[in-house]
Ligand binder design. Sequence first.
Ligand code: G6P
Length: 786
Amino acid sequence: MPFFRMRLILALIAGITIVSVSFTYFDVLAHKLALRRELERRSAWLGVRLQPEIEQAVASGQGDAIAAAVLRLHRPDETLGLAVYNPGGRLLASAGPADLFAGLPVDPLERAIRKNAEVSVFGHKGDAQWLEDVFPLEDGGKLNGVLVILEDARFIHAEGNAVWGRSFLRIAAFVVLIVGVTLLMVRWFLMRPMVLVAERLRRLRMGNADEAPDKSIADLSLFTPLAREVETMAESLLEARAAAQTEARLRDAGEHQWTAERLAVHVRARFGSSKIFVVSNREPYMHVKQGRETVCIVPPSGLVTAIEPVLRACDGVWVAHGSGSEDATVVNQFDRLRVPPDDPRYTLRRVWLSSEEESGYYDGFANEGLWPLCHIAHTRPIFRSSDWECYQRVNEKFAAALLEEMEGCSDPIVFVQDYHFALLPRLIKAARPDARVAIFWHIPWPNPEGFGICPWQAELLDGLLGADLIGFHIPLHCNNFLATVDRVLEARTDREHMTALRLGHLSTVRPYPVSVVVDSVARNGNGKNGISVSRDAFNGGARPSAPQALLDEFGISCEYLALGVDRLDYTKGIVERLMAIEYLLEEHPWHRERLTMVQIAAPSRTRIPSYIDLRRQVKETADRINLRYQTANWKPIILIERQCNHEQVDRWYRAADLCLVTSLHDGMNLVAKEFLAARDDDDGVLVLSKFTGAAVELRDALIVNPYDTAGVAEAIHEGLEMSRGERRKRMQRMRRHVMEHNVYRWAASILGDLRELRMESSSHEDPGPIGPESISAHRGLHRKLA
Ligand code: G6P
């Protein structure tokens, strides 16, 4: 560092000196030139003044008269000397330094005589410096001699030296000042951040990467890009370390847990150079305005966690609706951008929808039609032909975008998500028979009678049967689907192998229970969020009061916390849940002023009337129960009607005694699994609706019928009464299950099976080529008469 500083100082001194000396040099030149001009002007003026008198004396032809005139006119304070020569160049008279006149060059004299014009020349000899000004003298228009005026020019040189002297001091002051300021700036803006960054890197090397970064690193605007890179590196290192630790821990425990890394390796090994294309309605990254800035947010969705490692592993493409207000401003001319923004690994292709398309396809057909059709929640589906047309158009639009992305890519793998794209598998398969296509239906599939009320059931089924693999959460939904196919279309279904053969194309139908990530390493049992939720001290059923830090915001305190986390959706049974709390307080007054239910209700699909109604109903029910039971410091219900981020929800999960998942119907319900994932203290009770897919797996939850208000109230009571030992046993079993059946395993199974199915289907009893003819023949839909 001292060497660097020394070099910097020397470079600064040299640089500033060269620049300053150059400036001064030109300054001195200019100054001297000005002085010379001034002297020439003065001498010319003098010449003009003296000329008539000297001409007169020379015209008289008398040497004495000339000498007398020269002596008289010479004033030492005005000129150095005067001399008069005849036209032959002979000296007639002089006043002033005789030796100087004797040594003057003859050239100026000769030129003035020859040209009969004034000539002025600067000269020097030894210390002497002068201006020699030669004026022609005339008599009757004829050259009669010349007058030489000598001016002392030494002062010009002296003036130049004085300027150099003054500049030297200025340059020295400059150098000192600039070197000082530069060193200070280097220290503040260069050394300090370097030291901070070096310190952060040192901590990384020592294994303390998870320590919060020094805030001042982020403040160093000049180094923000570097600081950001260091932080990204820290995160990557932390993730890599965590993954390695997990692997080591799992190897040690002989477990076989799926991780993002294992999923990536699995996908790479199976699919080689084939590219993976994912299609979903919700995009994994959304650009929105926050204040004046455009920021990138990750919409809360479990799907991103599962799909991202796959796409990262093979540099895939995710096609989704660009729904962020600023989405269009960050894509290239092909509507693509690389994501994740901090570490781009795959392509996001955004598809734009007009507001009319969005309302017909998303609000209308998908969410007012298919959503209530597939969920038995007794909200009547609405089927409008205009919405159906929109749905078809949007599916075609997505298919076109997807096909564009797939151009030039052989054996592509397409993984379509959910009920928004029932028609997509057929559209893709028709254009690209070489594509392997899977669709996962994230919501339930009702029985054939239920599905039968959809006027376009045949078209939807036909669209889905374009896929090679159709996934549902649980076997019941698979069976319902095959039964619906059986009922509606000409197709051969095989319940043993769970397949449907239609026009030579075989679709396999399988259950894949979706899941979450259990971040077992990062949590490791210490209250990550600063809230201690360990209840070990309260064995035998005794419990601590709910973490006050969370409740302070609401100005209440309570002893037990029941939690609900849902989108504000009528399938979630939120009103029924609140009524169960009311029933509990009525039947078991002991819970009054002790139990509070926190309901996080994230607004969803807010343009749809049934959702608007539900919002009002939930609010009214919560208000009514609160009015009935609340006291000064306690409320039975806290309704948080907003989107909460992962960390916020996590805090509530970890603080709750009981998590209530009482959906009227749900494909899986990930809140149940997220709650388990959060509880690394092995405590907490899950009350779970029997109508969720999760209930098939999580048998240690208290399983309830959400329509049975008294039953749910009893389960809550039972959960609150349960002993610590029992809670721990149940929680541990459920957590183990979720850890082993995490979301990475879900993605790996679907994609793995999709790979296998290709082999199976090629050895199948000749389903015939799946080509454009069979597809167009298919358009007739071969409905069964029933
Ligand atoms: C369900 C669907 C998803 C959907 C999510 C949120 O889980 O299966 O496809 O993304 O709800 O709903 P939204 O309409 O806000 O995307």
